[in-house]
Design a protein around this ligand. Structure first.
Ligand code: ZN
Ligand code: ZN
Length: 227
């Protein structure tokens, strides 16, 4: 959610800028939460404990009150706002659907540089150096480990990514809704018929030598899918 223009104007005002610099001169450049040194003063964020709104921004007892302003680092500030959910800069999407439903291309068309994309297939490639979809079973545990770590990062909004995209088949309604709830994510369904998936499979170069295997995955998905 973008800040209201009136509030944005305040954060750009001389009054606020010099007030903030005054606080830094007084208190130093250590994050008041995680205690790390913030090397450049420009990176010290003055966080209002009472969120500024168009209604209260003119009230200096709120907007320019040292008691109500915390000096914190970027990471702590991100966490703060995500915890309370009023600055939803980091959006999380779970993109699901049957194999060959176009999940990857959908994400590629929607994402921006700086977004994080989590996809088991790609994690496999990253640690095996094998071509796409050649996934040795013996490494599943390690890939899962990375996957779970990244999901944990998403859950806690750890890191400086913009938006997060989680790609998966998730046929089970209960499981995907539980995951969405855990991650604070929005679900996006790539809805495609089984015939269309199989048609795409017959034309797919990457899966050319594994048609039967993939045909099985497609069938299995439609068997297990709960809308
Ligand atoms: Zn901090
Ligand atoms: Zn803040």
């Amino acid at each position: 959610m973008a800040r209201h223009a009136k509030v944005q104007t305040f954060y750009a005002s001389k009054e606020w800028v010099s007030f903030r610099l005054g606080l830094i001169a007084e208190r130093g450049n250590r994050c008041e939460r995680c205690k790390q040194i913030i090397s450049r003063p420009i990176d010290v964020i003055g966080h209002h404990k009472i969120e500024l709104t168009p209604e209260n921004v003119k009230d200096v007892i709120i907007s320019l009150n040292p008691e109500l302003v915390e000096l914190i680092c970027f990471d702590c500030h991100q966490k703060e706002h995500n915890r309370f959910g009023y600055q939803t800069e980091k959006k999380v999407y779970i993109v699901y659907g049957p194999p060959l439903s176009g999940k990857t291309s959908f994400v590629q068309s929607q994402m921006r540089r700086g977004d994080i994309v989590i996809d088991m297939d790609r994690l496999y490639e990253a640690i095996t150096m094998l071509p796409a979809f050649d996934k040795p079973d013996n490494l599943l545990g390690n890939v899962r480990g990375i996957y779970n770590l990244l999901l944990d990062n998403i859950k806690t909004r750890y890191g400086k990514w913009n938006n997060a995209w989680i790609i998966g088949t998730y046929p089970d309604k209960y499981k995907r809704e539980k995951l969405a709830e855990d991650l604070g994510a929005e679900l996006i369904f790539c809805e495609v018929s089984k015939d269309e998936c199989l048609r795409r499979l017959s034309l797919d170069e990457d899966r050319k030598y594994r048609q039967d295997e993939w045909c099985g995955y497609v069938n299995k998905w439609f068997e297990h899918y709960i809308a």
